[in-house]
Design a protein around this ligand. Structure first.
Ligand code: UDP
Ligand code: MG
Length: 335
């Protein structure tokens, strides 16, 4: 029972304060990978928008998950932690990817609510008070939806919209369009996420899967404050595959129907050839049609096998039951 993903009992600090009354704690969960130049501006901007909420009875924690950075990110985080005890740093043993880093942050969060945020200020801190306000109205999930993708390249805009369309067409749990990980989730939602045992974690899908009552606030997404995006085209493609395979088995099942349709055509075509041979005798030419059908069927079969491979690879990863992440050390002011 030592795997980090297992259900953890409700921590003592939660449940004391109802979000609508009294003092509540909200944790910002920030996965960071090579963000040395983004940490200071991020903290400054976030403090500016969260400190005033103290009067309204909302206290903030900052949980940074260092996802195997190779630059001075960890040093910057440790310095920040020493200056501000509200900061906690979880240092993972290597780069596990943003989804795993976010899971690590949620696993150690004991606040009444959590807000996953990117470190590059693309998730603007001025939205935080709006999220908290809706939460205090009683919504368990408050989504931050971006109104424009003008800062994304044309290719990224098209591929994102195609992804949402395909995903929501074939997956049972629809994911809201243009909503990233930036959202507020109540303690109950955190607990629900912790109870999901899967290793390959497509967080946007898991957030949708657990449900709860949600409200939406809108914002416009700016350019990165510093550094570079960690998501190349290839990584985004794999991310999209992860989403679709995690929440739909339609690509796997569709081959039954593709196969049945091709077989039906093949049968009818076979009858036609038999009839033709009986009436007109043996007809030797046919090289082109033979080659085309062999290549076509070969291609279709390889595609089907490839898709089975995509799922099988994921089944294999799940079945090995490796932990989602490994923590090297936590810096939280305790020795
Ligand atoms: N990130 C991470 N691990 C990774 C890649 C990214 O923790 O392997 C973090 C990154 O430091 C940032 C957030 O995830 O805080 C979003 O990454 P990025 O801004 O590169 O994504 P984009 O905004 O381009 O989609
Ligand atoms: Mg970004």
């Amino acid at each position: 029972m030592n795997a980090p993903f297992l259900h953890i009992d409700r921590p003592a600090s939660s449940g004391i304060a109802h979000p609508r009354t009294g003092t509540a704690t909200v944790a910002l969960i920030v996965p960071v990978h090579n963000e040395e130049s983004a940490i200071a501006p991020f903290l400054a901007a976030v403090r500016e928008h969260t400190d005033p909420l103290k009067q309204a009875g909302v206290a903030f924690d900052f949980i940074f998950v260092n996802d195997g950075s190779s630059d001075a990110t960890l040093d910057r985080l440790i310095e920040a932690q020493q200056a501000d005890p509200r900061i906690r740093v979880i240092d993972l043993s290597r780069n596990f990817g943003k989804e795993a880093a976010l899971t690590a942050g949620l696993d150690c969060c004991d606040a009444d609510a959590a807000i996953p945020m990117d470190a590059d200020l693309q998730d603007p801190p001025h939205v935080i008070p709006l999220l908290v306000e809706k939460w205090r109205e009683g919504f368990e999930v408050v989504l931050a939806k971006r109104t424009s993708r003008a800062n994304d390249s044309f290719l990224k805009q098209r591929s994102a919209s195609m992804f949402y369309r395909v995903h929501n067409w074939i997956a049972q749990q629809k994911i809201p369009q243009d909503v990233g990980d930036f959202r507020l989730i109540d303690r109950q939602v955190i607990e629900a996420l912790r109870s999901l045992p899967e290793r390959r974690r497509f967080m946007k899908g898991l957030f949708a899967w657990v449900g709860f009552r949600s409200a939406t606030v809108e914002y416009s997404r700016d350019q990165r404050s510093a550094g570079q995006s960690k998501f190349s085209g290839w990584r985004l493609w794999n991310f999209a595959l992860e989403g679709i395979t995690s929440f739909s088995s339609a690509p796997l099942e569709v081959w039954t129907y593709v196969g049945a349709t091709i077989s039906a055509f093949a049968f009818l075509y076979g009858l036609l050839i038999i009839a033709k041979t009986l009436v007109f005798g043996i007809d030797v030419p046919g090289y082109a049609s033979l080659l085309v059908s062999v290549l076509f069927l070969g291609g279709i079969q390889l595609l089907g096998i490839g898709i089975i491979g995509q799922y099988l690879g994921r089944v294999y990863a799940e079945i090995k039951q490796r932990p989602i992440y490994i923590v090297r050390r936590k810096y939280d002011g305790t020795p």
